[in-house]
Design a protein around this ligand. Structure first.
Ligand SMILES: Cc1ncc(COP(=O)(O)O)c(C=O)c1O
Length: 444
């Protein structure tokens, strides 16, 4: 007797197939040849920025002080390790992160997610009533794709060089009419992924005002989730330090999510949220307990130790490392690609450039894509079977823009180039190959 398939939830049904970008990355990584192929697609952190020796010292430091770091290998509490929460608070204050002050931090709480910022973002999608989420276009495709599978409707508002455009946000809200009531939250990445556009302080302030006005009109709190994942990685000189929106959040609508992944190590899986106490925070804490009781306590204690002993130096080191790479990569983009582009975003923060080609279609399966994947069918270009020429992975813009938003057409000529993971010489070769691929595409 054949049995009917297992009954899946709506989310389960939507998650049976990998997302297009997961599928593309999985198929590429299955056949990736280290030292030959060039990965400008993944958002991996540079291995050399991770302070392995300091973290080994931190592990022993934690184990040697059981009075302070109690039970580091046991279960932890769902709010997060007290040591880590204290260390984060001190770090935010001592390093003037976002200009946060003691009174502002007193009005807000810090909680630690079970597995990085991602788990806190996922939790938001779990505990919030389904409805509309408004975000920036291009959007953080990983989270937005998750929200879509979880049953949310996404609306994406294009950005300019200061971040999300508020005139278009107003237009979008006006076009919703009665459906404005279905807006559940606003999600904005402060150094955007994929474009690395930095949300300016003026825009941030106006965004908080706009969300306050929206909440007041609706008669209920509509949270503004600010994802600060790359905000500690602003490395260009002269960029005004970003201000935390918590400083001017009169209605308690702002929740800022940070991570230690980009400045320490993603494998620690330490993400935190700062926001006002209340039902949303209580629910997120319960969700952490439901997911896995807490983030691994030993990782939280190592992170606390690192924040207290090494963070100032570490931040300087990481920023200097990405600065150097950004300058070199920008030079090669100018040298090889500039005549082919209409826009080049990024390079001031994080580790992405977001390129808009004048004519080149960058979508999966396009001639440009196939040239770089060495699947054109022309042996001169691809190399012989079993001995393919170096391949280059990038993230096509079509995966990053809203599929039915205003940027859908532009996205087909865009790509995200990550300079995080690969070393400089490979990146240079990758950019040179992109220029070749664009010329090849123009002849097809
Ligand atoms: C915008 C954004 N938010 C969150 C994350 C994930 O952070 P974590 O490693 O803490 O889960 C990333 C990682 O690439 C990201 O780009």
């Amino acid at each position: 007797m054949s049995l009917e398939e297992i009954k899946l939830s709506k989310y389960g049904l939507a998650s049976r197939l990998p997302s297009p970008v997961n599928r593309m990355m999985a198929s590429f990584s299955a056949s990736f040849r280290d030292g030959l192929d060039i990965n400008l697609g993944v958002g991996y952190v540079n291995e050399r920025t991770m302070p392995a020796r300091d973290m080994a010292e931190a592990l022993f430091g934690v184990l040697k002080d059981p009075a302070r770091y109690r039970l580091p290998f046991n279960y932890g509490g769902p709010r997060g390790s007290t040591n880590l929460i204290h260390a984060l608070r001190r770090h935010l204050l001592d390093n003037h992160v976002g200009g946060l002050t003691a009174p502002v931090l007193e009005q807000n709480e810090i909680i630690i997610g079970p597995s990085g910022a991602t788990s806190l973002l996922e939790a938001m999608g779990q505990v919030m009533e389904k409805g509309i989420v408004i975000t920036t276009d291009p959007m953080y495709y990983i989270y937005c794709e998750y929200l879509h599978r979880a049953g949310f409707e996404l609306l994406a508002v294009p950005e300019d060089e200061e971040g999300i455009r508020l005139d278009l946000l107003e237009e979008t809200l006006a076009s919703l009419g009665e459906r404005r009531d279905a807006v559940r939250f606003i999600y904005v990445v402060t150094v955007n992924n994929p474009s690395c556009t930095i949300l300016s302080n003026a825009r941030r302030k106006h965004l908080v005002k706009a969300v306050s006005a929206l909440s007041r009109r609706a008669g209920r709190k509509i949270p503004l989730i600010l994802d600060r994942a790359y905000e500690d990685l602003i490395h260009a000189p002269g960029v005004p330090p970003p201000e935390s929106a918590l400083g001017y959040d009169e209605d308690g609508l702002v929740y800022e999510i940070g991570t230690l992944s980009k400045v320490l190590a993603p494998a620690l899986r330490i993400g935190y949220l700062v926001g006002s106490p209340g039902p949303l925070l209580d629910t997120l804490i319960q969700k952490t307990s439901d997911t896995g009781f807490s983030a691994p306590v030993i990782n939280q204690e190592i992170a606390a130790y690192m924040l207290e002993h090494h963070m100032t130096c570490q931040l300087q080191r990481v920023r200097a490392g990405y600065r150097e790479k950004a300058v070199a990569v920008r030079g090669w983009i100018e040298e090889y690609l500039f005549p082919l582009l209409t826009e080049c975003r990024g390079g001031q923060a994080g580790f992405y450039f977001y390129l808009t080609f004048r004519r080149t279609d960058t979508r999966e399966g396009s001639p440009f894509f196939r040239y770089l994947a060495r699947t054109t069918g022309d042996e001169q270009i691809d190399g012989a079977a079993g001995n393919r020429h170096p391949r280059v992975v990038y993230l096509p813009g079509s995966f990053c823009v809203h599929p039915s938003g205003r940027m859908q057409k532009d996205g087909q000529r865009q790509l995200r180039l990550s300079y995080g993971f690969e070393e400089l010489e490979q990146i240079r070769t990758g950019i040179r190959l992109m220029a070749e691929a664009s010329r090849y595409a123009s002849l097809q």
